[in-house]
Design a protein around this ligand. Structure first.
Ligand SMILES: O=C(O)C(=O)C[C@@H](O)[C@H](O)[C@H](O)COP(=O)(O)O
Ligand SMILES: [Zn+2]
Length: 366
């Protein structure tokens, strides 16, 4: 069967379209559709740029021969999502002479999308950003919704801004060469949507696990479109995370603490940490009497089925993780806030969670 293009529209004050399909990185007309000015900067990393940056560059240049276009390549990896690398992108925009109607094209995975998006949010107080995600995780999650950020040693994504993209072009052919570990990491965020708001999607994922893990294009395109539809619905109603958007953080309080404690890019990747985090959040929910233990165990089994880690990596202490969690962006003066689980498809925000309960779950999680 030939792959067809799909799209998901995100409404609200700054609407945009998520395009999903093969060959989009070569579609100069689509790439240039939202361009307003004469300057554009492609930001990519040292793994992705050699594969796709030249293609994007020539497609854009053909569609817009007058375009003043440059490419800035970051070293690959979560460890590079720093203020230092951010400043380098800002320098690249300055060297290009980017005016306020310029556009940043973020070509890569979540790190590139977050960092390039943050540079776009800050340059001249905000220029356009088109997200060109090349990993499953970036397609289903980080390229959508406008969260941009860098990490600092104190914690993940602690410096950032909300800056919605002008468009998202998810070229599904890029998934054909994605390493299996990266594919599974993206599937963790896909499972998250089922866990927090769509029990039927969890069943669909169970039925299509083999196809998804084998990288079958129809199954992946369906998973991407359904995930983006969930994210679009939530983020258009709550773009600034004043309320329901926090549900997208299911598993993340634990995950961010794990990532920071292990050292960015040194241990579990983000999707893997989210998988462990969802197991811990489900167990915390069961301990607090919100979810059934059997449901928490079923979620763990599903994550295992997708080859994801479900236990805390060795060497992390509950106290150190808890200290990290106190700096979580959801935490408030009255204590820790968690996204807790009421069973398949249902989650809610809980304030003032007792630290003793969190420590107990962490203590059992090795
Ligand atoms: O878009 C959101 O909102 C999310 O929470 C999605 C998360 O999967 C994503 O990892 C996000 O970057 C986490 O945001 P943070 O505000 O907790 O740093
Ligand atoms: Zn995430």
């Amino acid at each position: 069967m030939t792959e067809t293009n799909r799209h998901v529209d995100v409404g609200g004050a700054a609407p945009y379209r998520i395009h999903i399909g093969p060959g989009l990185l070569d579609d100069g007309t689509l790439l240039a559709e939202t361009l307003r000015g004469r300057h554009a900067l492609i930001v990519s990393d040292s793994h992705v740029a050699p594969l796709y940056a030249g293609r994007v560059q020539s497609a854009l240049q053909t569609a817009r021969p007058d375009l003043c276009l440059a490419c800035h390549v970051l070293p690959v990896g979560e460890a590079e999502k720093t203020l230092t690398r951010f400043a380098e992108v800002i320098d690249a925009l300055a060297s290009l002479g980017a005016t306020r109607d310029a556009c940043v094209y973020a070509l890569g995975g979540g790190v590139v999308g977050d960092l390039a998006g943050f540079a776009a949010a800050c340059w001249m107080r905000g220029i356009d950003c088109v997200q060109l995600p090349t990993t499953l995780l970036a397609m289903v999650d980080s390229s959508v919704g406008g969260k941009t950020a860098v990490d600092i040693p104190h914690g993940k994504n602690l410096v950032g801004a909300f800056h919605p993209p002008r468009a998202v072009l998810a070229d599904t052919t890029t998934l054909r060469t994605l390493p299996a570990r990266e594919l599974r990491a993206g599937l963790a965020e896909v499972i998250k949507y089922g866990a927090i708001r769509d029990a039927a999607f969890l069943d669909w994922l169970t039925d299509h696990a083999d196809a998804l893990l084998a990288g079958e294009s129809d199954a992946l395109a369906e998973a991407i479109a359904r995930s983006c539809a969930h994210k679009a619905e939530i983020t258009e109603r709550d773009p600034l995370e004043r309320g329901e958007r926090a549900l997208l953080n299911f598993g993340h309080t634990f995950a961010h603490a794990i990532e920071a404690e292990q050292g960015y890019g040194q241990g579990l990747n983000h999707g893997e940490a989210v998988a462990v985090g969802m197991v811990l959040a489900a167990r915390l929910s069961a301990r607090l009497g919100l979810a059934a233990w059997a449901d928490a165990e079923a979620l763990r089994t599903l994550l295992l089925r997708f080859g994801l880690p479900v236990a805390l990596p060795a060497g992390l202490t509950p106290d150190a993780l808890l200290a990290r969690m106190r700096l979580d962006k959801k935490a408030q003066a009255d204590g820790l806030r968690f996204i807790l689980w009421d069973g398949p498809g249902l989650a809610h925000v809980v304030t003032g969670v007792e630290e003793a309960a969190v420590l107990a779950v962490l203590g059992d999680a090795g």
